[in-house]
Design a protein around this ligand. Structure first.
Ligand code: PMP
Length: 429
């Protein structure tokens, strides 16, 4: 797979000249890396260099790049009927909705759950806010600092990562209040003194993702949901990253031991399609959906047969190939090994956070700026070890450890050995 220097520079030239400069703001590495193909937990660049994909391409590849079972099903669907509007009936969306509802716990109201399909995570969040407002008749929505819920529609207003806010369009989002994670008293005070006692709801990630893999304290999610319900609002669990078993303990993030909460609305996207885009969904209590059903609900691609078929295959693989227990086992191994590294090299690695295949390793620095500087420096080195590591957090100073759920022990140990080797290298300097 020889590739000439000319072709490489043409690919980079096209990106730089014809794609918007906005893409520069999210570029993963200083040195451009051009990816060409992926298989299970690995990806290859155009020079045929192989990397362990520790990013799942932003947690989209859940069961593995080009998983053969997903491919087989979507190829068949592609040949049969690539699209069927939700104005007509196709078997796949209804079947996927049934399987998703079967994954939901009973709600204390005794109500059924129903599903709305959308195009992506932002749209799922945007729709969930519309529903919360329509159902309650209230406008105030609460979110958490460092929460990430998307950058389109109302989701953009709920995202509280400073660098993602644009001055002018911020004014579009009224009725949003952000509070600090794990400070239940702050939420209580806002509700008591800052509202009429009637709010639309709260949206919480069960384990904050983009913000830096920030775990919720024991009972926080449950207490926050309860307070919101006391103020006539609804509880939204944003499972766009945490859903589908990635955290290892349970299928949904709200079911994790420290959360043990039940929401009224759940938003999902990303990993549910394993790379088959145009996918997202809002699962909600039937009465919330009923309140919203007085007017037309429609989007062109939501419930697309290829995406929903892909998602059915993903669910099948998660259930039948022991994927959640692999997340748990590999996650525990990572936690143990990375905690050891933090103990052994505190001047390089300061903290490990998270659960399952949803963890973060914070890079040490004597000041916040140095921590960011060090994380960029080390991050660029990971490519030399054949590891595609994610880097993120609100500050940009953590390695995000979120590989496909099929990662194995050997790959985990390759990553651990790389981190140790880089730490030794740092101490020598
Ligand atoms: N919610 C969460 C928790 C997310 O992490 C993201 C994306 N990173 C979104 C919503 C938005 O999803 P999308 O980028 O598909 O719009």
């Amino acid at each position: 797979m020889a590739i000439t220097k000319r072709l490489k520079s043409e690919i980079i030239f096209n990106r730089d000249k014809y794609l918007s400069p906005s893409y520069k703001t999210v570029e993963a590495f200083q040195k451009p890396i051009i990816l060409e193909r992926g298989k299970m937990q690995y990806v290859w660049d155009i020079h045929n260099n192989k990397y362990i994909d520790m990013t799942s391409q932003n947690i989209v590849i859940s069961v593995g790049h080009s998983h053969p079972k997903v491919l087989k099903k979507i190829n068949k669907q592609l040949e049969t009927m690539p699209h069927c509007s939700s104005m007509y009936i196709h078997k796949a969306p209804g079947l996927l909705a049934k399987k998703l509802v079967e994954k939901m716990p009973d709600h204390s109201s005794g109500e059924d759950w129903v599903v709305h399909f959308v195009n992506d995570g932002s749209e799922a969040v945007d729709l969930s806010i519309q529903m919360a407002r329509e159902y309650t008749g209230n406008t105030n929505i609460f979110g958490l600092y460092k929460g990430y819920h998307g950058l389109q529609g109302y989701a953009a207003g709920l995202t509280a990562i400073g660098k993602a806010s644009q001055n002018c369009y911020n004014s579009m989002f009224t009725g949003i209040t952000h509070v600090e994670l794990n400070k239940i008293e702050q939420l209580d005070n806002h509700l008591k003194y800052g509202t009429s006692g009637n709010v639309a709801g709260i949206i919480i990630e069960p384990l904050q993702g983009y913000g830096g893999i920030n775990p919720l304290d024991y009972g926080y999610m449950k207490d926050a949901f309860e307070l919101i319900r006391e103020n006539n609002g609804v509880a939204i669990s944003d499972e766009v990253q945490t859903g589908f078993g990635r955290c290892g303990e349970s299928f949904w993030g709200f079911q994790m031991k420290n959360n043990d909460a039940i929401p009224d609305i759940v938003t999902i996207a990303k990993g549910m399609g394993n790379g088959m885009g145009i996918i997202g969904a809002v699962i909600c209590r039937k009465s919330i959906a009923d309140a919203f059903s007085k007017k037309m609900f429609f989007n062109t691609y939501g419930g697309n047969p290829i995406s929903t078929t892909a998602s059915l295959a993903v669910l099948d693989i998660i259930d039948n190939e022991d994927m959640i227990s692999n997340c748990n086992k590999m996650g525990d191994l990572l936690t143990m090994e990375l905690s050891n590294l933090c103990d052994k090299y505190p001047s390089v690695y300061s903290e490990i956070r998270g659960k399952g295949l949803f963890q973060a390793l914070e890079i040490y620095g004597t000041t916040p700026e140095k921590s960011i500087y060090n994380s960029i420096k080390l991050h660029n080195k990971t490519l030399n070890y054949g590891v595609l590591m994610g880097r993120g957090s609100a500050a940009g100073n953590v390695f995000r450890i979120q590989p496909p759920m099929c990662i194995n022990r050997k790959d985990v140990m390759t990553v651990v050995e790389m981190l140790e080797d880089m730490a030794i290298g740092e101490l020598k300097n």
